[in-house]
Design a protein around this ligand. Structure first.
Ligand code: 3UK
Length: 541
């Protein structure tokens, strides 16, 4: 399918509404809270859409969605899209200053927020004059806020979709930036059927009889594609789980109870399930036909352990917020554990050196991707957009090596960013917190593998004259990180060094630090602290 095959005026609410004929009464969505048929979903979407229009939301304006994975997330999303607004899919794990940034950046006019997340926006919401209405899923606390259920109760279930152009933007997803400032990725209506056709149908073979479940949450495009867009595009049902991805019994119970055939998760979530002894004896996982992994490298050991436990082969795949979904993947019967597979339908990839020339087979190069679902730009980020969106080609920031058989092997990133449990860590952000301590002269943070070959944050710290390394100081520095950073960002290990390795121009050579082994050459014998184990987290936990 090509973008040009879609009608010029196309609204991606089509992904839901194409099911309103024969499939109208089929279950679109299962959850502990409620099950909804396609007709019921559509009725609620129309009510919300009418409610949003009554709040004055116009085509192109932003509607924030900040909620766990419940039915209202999905209905609010499609309602915003249907009236031609921009659905801003907000990560419930962020901190106040991120929400502050996002609300300002997108000029959200309405925010639909779950009662459990109100506290995070309460202190900053008054700074945003554009934010005219807050709608609370649950009980509002402030005068003027609306209660979601009451707000839609009186609205009509009929609504005309906005005549959006297929190239109009319909969603905004914030992804972490190298400096810690989120980058808003704009996707257009056309991108949704494209990824559903290419990845949902052609790659994963999603069929109407499937039931999907994603441990990765809906605000994350990986979860939203796999567990909302792909199933609904073909009339299959999605299973929503509102709990934390780290709560393994909750995840396994959902699988046991709702019997998904397709599972989307990040490597840390597979590892977390495997860490529960004999989990397949306590929970029935026999409904699964396809297990998909993305977000970071799936270690070959995890692949083997999962196969041993369940008999199933996990498919490691890679996508990014900028492409919306998968552009390389392992396929059933055609996979190499530890690799990201080969380019998937709808995408081409190239490996180039820093001057843009192709690199020979077997050598590491910068991964470029081409495909029609690639976003046009980041919102309000001219420089960063120019660096990343290079004509038809997207500069992913990933380093890859291609073998003789055409399989691609991840070889790190060009920007020092890394992921822990599927969630981005920007070294600059962690270093900023450590540098706030009076003892720290300079520091550097890198991703280092733990016992199960999953990356964790590792900090190297140089002290100011007069300070000496000690366990107390280590604890103090780690405490500072605990207070100011999210779990996955906190250093798991903290080591003291006399000097950081530097280039001639004074840039920290993080790649040298990444190569440091335990007590390796160049590392002075200093106390090496192991911070409290960081829990495994699925992206969007
Ligand atoms: C890294 C991987 C090695 C890689 C995503 C599937 O993760 C997704 O989107 P993000 O924008 O991050 C993208 C970056 O994450 N990465 C993702 N998968 C893998 N590295 N092996 C993998 N299998 O650095 C990439 O550039 O958060 C994943 C589908 C849609 C997505 N958006």
């Amino acid at each position: 399918m090509k973008a040009a095959d879609l009608p010029r005026y196309y609204n991606s609410v089509d992904i839901l509404e194409r099911n309103l004929g024969e499939r109208a009464e089929q279950i679109a969505l299962y959850s502990l809270e409620r099950d909804l048929s396609f007709q019921e979903v559509s009725d609620e979407v129309n009510q919300i859409g009418n409610g949003l229009r009554a709040c004055g939301v116009r085509v192109g304006e932003a509607v924030g969605i900040l909620a766990p994975d419940i039915a209202a997330w999905a209905t609010a999303y499609f309602a915003a899209v249907k009236i031609g607004a921009l659905a801003v899919c907000m990560n419930p794990l962020l901190r106040q200053h991120d929400y502050d940034y996002i609300l300002r950046d997108c000029r959200a006019r309405v925010l639909i927020v779950h009662e459990t997340l109100l506290a995070a926006i309460e202190p900053i919401r008054d700074r945003h004059p554009d934010l005219q209405q807050v709608i609370v899923i649950g009980k509002p606390e402030r005068q003027g806020d609306l209660c979601f259920a009451e707000w839609i109760a009186g609205e009509s279930t009929r609504l005309e979709a906005a005549a959006t152009h297929r190239d109009d933007f319909c969603s905004l997803h914030y992804s972490s930036g190298t400096t810690g400032t989120p980058k808003g990725v704009l996707h257009a209506h056309k991108d949704y059927p494209l990824v559903a056709q290419h990845s949902g149908v052609e790659l994963f073979g999603t069929a109407p009889t499937d039931r999907t479940f994603s441990v990765a949450k809906l605000f994350f495009v990986y979860g939203m594609g796999g567990n909302l867009i792909f199933p609904w595009y073909v009339g299959a049902s999605a299973i929503l789980y509102a709990g934390s991805p780290r709560f393994v019994p909750g995840v396994l119970k959902t699988i046991d109870q709702f019997r998904p055939s397709m599972l989307y998760a990040v490597p840390a979530a597979y590892n977390a399930m495997l860490a529960m002894q004999d989990f397949t004896r306590h929970y029935d996982t026999s409904s699964l036909r396809l297990c998909i992994s993305a977000g970071e490298v799936l270690p070959a050991a995890t692949w083997r352990a999962w196969k041993e436990a369940t008999g199933l082969e996990i498919l490691d795949t890679i996508g990014c917020t900028e492409t919306f979904h998968t552009f390389m993947a392992n396929r059933p019967g055609d996979l190499r554990p530890g690799s990201s597979g080969r380019p998937s339908p709808g995408y081409e990839v190239r490996l180039v050196d820093d001057q843009g020339a192709p690199v020979p087979t077997g050598q590491v190069g910068n991964l470029m991707v081409r495909g029609e679902s690639v976003a046009l730009c980041y919102l309000h980020q001219y420089e960063q957009s120019r660096r990343t969106f290079r004509g038809e080609w997207l500069f992913t920031g990933d380093k890859y090596r291609c073998d003789d058989e055409g399989f691609y092997w991840h070889a790190g990133r060009s920007d020092d960013m890394f992921k822990v449990g599927g969630l981005w860590v920007s070294p600059v952000e962690v270093e900023g917190v450590l540098s706030g301590h009076p003892a720290v002269r300079e520091c550097a943070v890198v991703g280092a593998p733990d016992q199960s070959q999953m990356l964790r944050s590792r900090a190297f710290v140089c002290l100011k004259p007069g300070w000496v390394p000690s366990d107390e100081l280590t604890a103090e520095l780690l405490g500072l990180c605990a207070a100011q950073l999210q779990d996955h960002q906190r250093p798991r290990w903290l080591e003291f060094m006399d000097e950081l390795p530097k280039t001639a121009t004074g840039k920290t050579q993080r790649y040298k630090l990444r190569a440091e082994r335990d007590g390796g050459v160049g590392l002075p014998a200093q106390p090496r602290a192991e911070a409290a184990a960081v829990g495994a987290s699925g992206k969007g936990g």
